[in-house]
Ligand binder design. Sequence first.
Ligand SMILES: [Cu+2]
Length: 494
Amino acid sequence: MKTSVKLNRQIRGFFIMLLVLVGFFSCKRGSDEAKNYQNIEAKGQQTAELTAPPFVPKAVGDREATKLVVNMEIKEIEGEMVDGVKYTYWTFGGSVPGSFIRTRVGDEVEFHLKNHPDNKMPHNIDLHAVTGPGGGATSSLVAPGHEKVFSFKTLNPGLYVYHCATAPVGMHIANGMYGLILVEPEGGLPPVDKEYYIMQGDFYTKGSYGEQGSQPFDMDKAIKEQADYVVFNGKVGALAGDKSLTAKVGETVRIYMGNGGPNLVSSFHVIGEIFDKVHIEGGDMINENVQTTLIPAGGSAIVEFKVDVPGTFILVDHSIFRAFNKGALGMLKVEGEENKKLYSGTIQDGIYLPEGGTIQGMPKGKAVPKTTVAKTVPEQIKAGKELFDRTCYACHQSEGQGIPNAFPPLAKSDYLNANPDRAIGAVLHGLSGEITVNGKKFNNVMTSQNLTDEQAADVLTYIYNSWGNNKTVITPAKVKAVRAKPAPKVAQEH
Ligand SMILES: [Cu+2]
């Protein structure tokens, strides 16, 4: 009897313990899920550091919630979409995308929106991080030469898009009026070695891709969603050449990636890397080991990866014509020791020519017959540079330096200087098979470039008259003569 009473007590005690424990954990989970940051007190006051892309302000770390003053100035400025193509951008802070704003959850943001007196348009701001009407837009419509102030409390951690929401909204966004605001969780995001800021955007111009001169916005194409340019950070080549992102082998890289649209979604991918982590849609959920992440218009993602091998890693929208034909291409240059265990490089280098080894060509478009007066050499060089910066630089690089083991240099190229006809042939017909340029072997494929005689002459004249080459001048007539000869057999190239 006595023992059974004792046992009963023990069992009861155990159950009570269990109930308390269950209660405790469910309580904790509950409060986590509905975490309420409304009551966090903002202490003191700071002025927010704002940065132009691809850079971000310093991390919030473990600072307490504060009153954060943001001074944002709207500027309408003329910029360059790609060499020789002028475009009037409307910007938050003078850059596309606009200045990066970095806050923590519980901050009270006092937002000062200033519209520069030289501007022509009224603007406002809708921040997706705001809980309130229009995300702030209803309180912030500001005419040129005026300032509007409103404030909001950051209630949800995450990476948010902001944009102008003044009618016609699509036009304001299409002109570059978007950016990112990061709301870090309590204690901040885990530290990484490198952080960068990128936003994709689609642009619509009266002329088609690369058409020279000042190009106004085209409403009709915007409505039809027929983008002429799809770019990272507001222009073609914003993240290429000496403006490439950089990292060292062994470092962790975090990219705050947004999509301003106005129309297109982005299939964001880094060639030769795998995202170790993706904060899906800029929220709390983390996916791991991701190849390509989808970023909606007006949305974002935070991607993180460690770089393990050196090389140039190409950032693209994997809707791939956008990358290679409309500008959605950036570069991350990683320096450091090679690691042959992780990546061997070419092990064998042989020739394989099934059924004639035909070179892929661009589909032949309708040739645009143009009757023009013959250009002077400086005119040829100028036109050639524009063409080069649009068409050839992606592989041969902006200073013709090429990429080791992949794309041969055009700068001081002995291969080029030795034989102009052969160079013309390469541009007209494409080139494949092993060649040796400045003592280094290349065995890759250059597609036929589908250029007119005049274009081929201009681009080659530019190349011959740049970067220490031998100043040969190539005339359209010379190109025509080479074109008339049959294309060389691929295997005879070297
Ligand atoms: Cu606007």
